[in-house]
Every structure is written in structure tokens, then in C-alpha cells.
Design a protein around this ligand. Structure first.
Ligand code: PRP
Ligand code: URA
Length: 208
């Protein structure tokens, strides 16, 4: 399926199982989302270029590896992307952070933007876009288009659960954007929810 990658990782699968459970309370849901955000960040950025550096350990000098360029910007799609952002920031504490507020109309399933605060150096750093749910793909496609309009060059998208419909749409509209998901689920239901999914990520995160 296009640019989608689903890593095989027992720990990621284990945490996702806990996240999916109907009876996982909001506080645990947020903690799990942050932990999954950290794992996804490491996976999504595995191809960042590295360069050799000379260092000294307490025992001996050595040639080690360091990032060749600046850390990419982290961009959270509000609201639920904030849960992933917390974990991503543990991995990249120096990365500039952007916020994109998008909400899906419950009837049309179309997203509308209510806030956009993006870092200035998207072109130089690239961006890792974070949103737990890729359902119809409308929100992700709009978010990527917004980042491109703001000048972002290399964009990566990380989500927790993807539906085949959303993955196909994102691959069709933005074939240049690699997509990482912890799971590819079966389908969307008639209300646009991912099946089996995990329910409404924003509501579960914030107890609304
Ligand atoms: C959810 C989710 C995605 C979007 C996915 O957000 O976090 O942003 O739906 O659906 P799509 O692929 O069909 O566009 P929602 O609009 O419910 O907002 P919220 O995070 O504030 O609850
Ligand atoms: N948004 C969610 O939060 N969950 C879904 O299943 C689909 C869209």
C-alpha cells in the first residue's frame, strides 16, 4: 500500500493492544500514547543521515556517529496528536514544535483548520507530522498540504492506527510522504471510525 510502513515490534504491538482496550482510562491512554509516540519517532526517523565524529569515552578515543543535520520539526495535529508529541519530544527535546488544529465535521467527514502555528525553519529541517488516527485521510492530507504550503521539504507522517482508505488517499495525494503506522486496520465504518480501531482518540485522550 503506497508509502505505508508498519514495523514489526512486539513492544509496540503490546502497548497498542492496551491503548485499544475499551476499559483503558484516560490517564493510562495518554501515557501509552506518549510511549508509542517515542517508539514511532525512533522508527520514523531511522533513515536520518548520520556523520562520523571524533569523541573520547572515559576509556578511549573513538570515531562515533552523530546526526548530520538539524533535528526535524515536530508537528502535532490537534488534539490527539498532542499525546504522541509528548513522547516524540522525549526523543527530540531540542526540536522546534508546530501545532495544526484540524477538526473533522461529523456529517461530511471533511476537516477544517482552526489554528496553525508552525516553526519558521521547516524548509531546512523537514517535519515529522504526528496524528494517531489516519481514517479517511482527509485530515492527514490537509495537514501535509499545509506544511508544504509553509515550505516544508521532507515531510514524514506517523500515526498509530491507519485505515486502508486513509493510507490509499495519502499515498495518492502525497506520494512523496513516507507513512509509518503501528497498525493497519480492516476498514472504516459508516461514521468514518476505524474498525476495530480504538474509538475517538481525542475524546479518550482528554476525557471529553
Ligand atoms: C481525529 C484524528 C485525526 C482525524 C482522522 O481528529 O485525530 O485528526 O480524526 O480522521 P480523517 O482521517 O478521517 O480525517 P478529530 O477531527 O476527531 O479531532 P480531535 O483530535 O480534536 O478529536
Ligand atoms: N478519528 C478518531 O479519533 N478515531 C477514528 O476511528 C477515526 C477518526
Amino acid at each position: 500500500m503506497g508509502t505505508l510502513r508498519v514495523p514489526r515490534h512486539a513492544l509496540l504491538a503490546h502497548k497498542l493492544t492496551q491503548l485499544r482496550r475499551r476499559d483503558t482510562p484516560s490517564a493510562a491512554f495518554r501515557r501509552l500514547l506518549a510511549e508509542i509516540g517515542a517508539i514511532l519517532t525512533v522508527e520514523a526517523l531511522r533513515d536520518l543521515p548520520a556523520m562520523p565524529v571524533a569523541i573520547e569515552t572515559p576509556v578511549a578515543p573513538m570515531r562515533a556517529q552523530a546526526l548530520a543535520g538539524p533535528e526535524p520539526c515536530l508537528v502535532a495535529v490537534l488534539r490527539a496528536g498532542l499525546g504522541l508529541l509528548e513522547g516524540a519530544q522525549r526523543i527530540l527535546p531540542e526540536a522546534p514544535v508546530g501545532h495544526l488544529g484540524l477538526v473533522r465535521d461529523e456529517a461530511t467527514l471533511r476537516p477544517s483548520e482552526y489554528v496553525a502555528r508552525l516553526p519558521p525553519d521547516l524548509a531546512r529541517r523537514g517535519a515529522l507530522l504526528l496524528d494517531p488516527m489516519l481514517a479517511t485521510g482527509g485530515s492527514a492530507a490537509a495537514a501535509v498540504a499545509r506544511l508544504k504550503a509553509a515550505g516544508a521539504a521532507a515531510i514524514r507522517f506517523a500515526c498509530v492506527v491507519a485505515a486502508p482508505e486513509g493510507a490509499a488517499r495519502l499515498a495518492a495525494e502525497h506520494p512523496d510522504v513516507p507513512v509509518l503506522a503501528a497498525a493497519l486496520d480492516e476498514r472504516l465504518d459508516e461514521r468514518g471510525y476505524i474498525v476495530p480501531g480504538l474509538g475517538d482518540a481525542g475524546d479518550r485522550c482528554f476525557g471529553t
